[in-house]
Design a binder for this molecule. Structure first.
Ligand SMILES: C[S@@+](CC[C@H](N)C(=O)[O-])C[C@H]1O[C@@H](n2cnc3c(N)ncnc32)[C@H](O)[C@@H]1O
Length: 273
């Protein structure tokens, strides 16, 4: 893994080459996780809160596009909550193959899974809502991330909304400050991720005609509890740190405060023209 990590760092600036390694990573994820909701997210509270918050932005009867849907588990859960016409896309052949095997029983509207690289997305003014769930961070340089944002902006209809659930450096820094005070090492992006900076994203989308509407730090309290407090208490008591502990469940039930999670939602609205 160390060798792969250093190779990834070398490739981060090297345009499309890194995509082969990212695809390989998600091929292995697809093989491991079959059709479960824990594919690419072992933390069930995070997954549940992601689904609830993403669904809350969508409107019934609207045409939606999902970028980087993985095995489609979230796409289906969202479609059970709200009646939308959803095109769910991912660049991984293996993830899309998994998605197509999922049962869509109980969905309220329509769903179609399609293999599609966001960097070659070519829809023009077609969708009322476009959303991501931890996808753009897999593009390992800012140029590719900018291109992805541009392609999504083009695919939105006038007045359409872009909802990006991604990892941002500002939340990570706040979380790491808490961890440091509690005697824990800093955490950082996985080798196949490149976190976003908020201001450049907001400015770049403004250049594409999208106005910044809202920042939703829905995971802040939960990450404060599960990624700082819990590991510190577990470490002090020489206990193993595990996902989905009874202790962390409490923090998934309380209102979210502060900016202690790298994962957050930013919402943008396309201008009327
Ligand atoms: C962290 S996973 C999240 C998957 C899904 N949204 C979920 O929450 O389970 C990131 C996904 O982004 C996809 N991805 C990475 N780069 C992509 C690209 N250039 N175009 C489209 N999808 C991409 C990966 O194949 C992977 O399925």
């Amino acid at each position: 893994m160390a060798r792969v990590a250093s190779t990834m760092i070398l490739l981060k600036k090297n345009n499309m080459e890194y995509q082969k390694l990212v695809k390989q990573h998600y091929k292995e994820e697809a093989e491991k996780n079959t059709i479960s909701l824990t594919s690419t997210m072992a933390d069930v509270n995070t997954r549940r809160l992601e689904i609830e918050h993403l669904a809350s932005y969508l409107k019934s009867g609207k045409k939606c596009l999902e970028i980087g849907c993985g095995n489609g588990a979230s796409s289906i859960e969202i479609s059970k909550k709200i009646k939308v016409d959803l095109l769910a896309t991912d660049f991984s052949t293996d993830m899309i193959a998994m998605a197509k095997k999922q049962s869509i029983k109980g969905i309220k509207g329509k769903i179609k899974f399609q293999e599609q690289d966001v960097l070659t997305l070519n829809h023009k003014k077609e969708f009322d809502f476009i959303f991501t769930e931890r996808c753009i961070i897999n593009l390992l340089n800012w140029n590719d991330q900018k291109k992805a944002l541009e392609n999504m902006a083009l695919a939105l209809k006038a007045n359409g909304k872009l909802i990006i659930l991604e990892a941002f450096n500002d939340g990570l820094e706040e979380l790491n400050k808490c961890r440091e005070e509690l005697g824990l090492d800093a955490v950082g992006p996985a080798y196949h991720n490149f976190y976003l900076d908020k201001e450049p994203v907001i400015n770049h989308l403004k250049d594409q005609g999208l106005k910044f509407v809202e920042e939703n730090n829905f995971l802040s309290s939960y990450f404060f509890g599960s990624r700082a407090l819990y590991p510190a208490i577990a470490k002090a008591n020489k206990k193993e740190i595990k996902y989905n502990s009874a202790f962390v469940n409490f923090f998934a039930m309380i209102p979210s405060m502060g900016n202690y999670s790298q994962l957050k939602i930013l919402v943008f609205k396309k201008s009327a023209k």
